[in-house]
Design a protein around this ligand. Structure first.
Ligand SMILES: Cc1ncc(COP(=O)(O)O)c(C=O)c1O
Length: 386
């Protein structure tokens, strides 16, 4: 497979959330950033070229979304993931999280129960709470860092629930669910009449030999899928995502909802970049995955040697490393150790699942090797002597 060189960039001073906006969560902007899931690499050259062409034209008027935009996504889904998406299933959302809010408003009523598998990407919690729905958590089973679904518990959890929001691949535990797991989830959802919102933003960030299977291809339960090029190709600031709605009744409702809320379309540059990413980004993605695999191995092996009781979840998918430091830090010390001793800004485990994960951290691996080494060195220096 052809590869494209990754270009690392110092992002401080560019008004980016990851480096320049950490103060809100960490009280300072002076830490090394390993939180926020975006990358320290330039987007694929084909994306930059398309955006440059768009910018150089100098007229940024109203846009007519070309069919090529939709075709690039449908081709990608079919060739990469075996999902035959139909053109009329596709709707726009500025982001996956916005799409989740919109779908919850369409699929449920205030007070309805919505389930998630915890620990999980924390904006799922906000979407459920902000829309006045009731959050029901179903904890994943954790066996020394290997996370699996407790189907008995899921069966009990889904009774009375209207929607299950799935992160597949799963952020933060790095699981790529097997077709069998997805099928079983689907069976339980059918049994309890639960709609699945499948957030597949990490679909292309698969690192092991297990392929990603779109939920909609693994089950005949009701599934609406959210996807984008944003995570895969580092273009999240351009606000462009797909809501894939095979169900005609939901599509009609969703269209009426967008109309009623005076929603029109996204910014032209988001469509331009997304199309270019799907059309030209594959060689870049190969290099990115190599880099993430190598950063993961570096930190995992270094921890194994110097902090052998740290539990690292295997990274099947995503570029996010999930580590249990419970053998070395007390829950109440985690922020002091990570921020003051290590100088690192990471995602804290408790954000993903409350009390149970207070000794966990999530590290973003989409960066250069030197940064992965720095994170490892600082963690081991602070914790090895404790
Ligand atoms: C599982 C998951 N869903 C959604 C998002 C964010 O998507 P968006 O920026 O399109 O709302 C992220 C970002 O990290 C994520 O990990």
């Amino acid at each position: 497979m052809k590869k494209e060189k990754l270009i690392y960039k110092e992002r401080r001073g560019t008004d980016c959330l990851k480096w320049d906006g950490m103060k809100r969560n960490f009280g300072t902007n002076d830490l090394e950033a390993f939180w926020v899931a975006d990358m320290d690499f330039e987007a694929p050259a084909g994306v930059t070229e398309a955006v440059r062409k768009w910018a150089e034209f100098g007229i940024y008027g109203y846009y007519s979304v070309p069919e090529g935009y939709y075709e690039s996504f449908m081709r990608w889904e079919k060739e990469r993931h075996g999902y035959e998406v139909q053109r009329d299933w596709l709707r726009y959302s500025p982001g996956i999280v916005t799409g989740i809010y919109w779908l919850l408003l369409n699929l449920t009523k205030r007070g309805d129960s919505v389930a998630v598998l915890t620990p999980v990407y924390y904006p799922f919690f906000s979407a459920i709470k902000d829309t006045g729905r009731k959050l029901v958590g179903c904890p994943l089973r954790n066996n020394k860092g290997i996370y699996t679904i407790d189907f008995k518990k899921l069966d009990q959890t889904l009774a009375g629930v209207r929607v299950l929001i799935l992160s597949s691949p799963h952020n933060p535990v790095g699981r790529v669910f097997t077709p069998d797991e997805l099928k079983k989830i689907g069976e339980l959802c059918k049994k309890h009449d639960v709609y699945i919102i499948s957030d597949e933003i990490h679909q292309d960030l698969v690192l092991g030999d297990k392929p990603h299977h779109p939920t909609a291809t693994a089950t005949d339960a009701k599934v609406v899928t959210l996807c984008s090029a944003s995570k895969t190709f580092n273009i999240a600031g351009l606000s462009n995502a797909f809501v894939v709605i095979p169900d005609e009744a939901l599509r009609k409702k969703f269209d009426a909802f967008q109309k009623k809320n005076a929603f029109r379309s996204g910014a032209s540059v988001g469509y331009v970049a997304t199309r270019a990413a799907f059309e030209t980004g594959a060689p870049w993605l190969e290099s990115l995955r190599d880099q993430v695999r190598s950063n993961f191995a570096l930190i995992r092996d270094g921890l194994k040697e110097k902090l052998p009781k740290a539990v690292v979840a295997p990274l099947e998918g995503t570029y996010l490393m999930w580590i249990d430091l419970g053998a070395y830090v007390k829950p109440e010390e985690i922020r002091t150790v990570l921020q003051e001793k290590c100088g690192l800004a990471v995602d804290y485990g408790e954000w993903f699942g409350f009390e149970d994960y207070r000794c966990f951290i999530r590290i973003n691996l989409a960066t250069r090797t030197e940064n992965a080494q720095l994170a490892l060195d600082r963690l081991t220096a602070a914790l090895a002597k404790k």
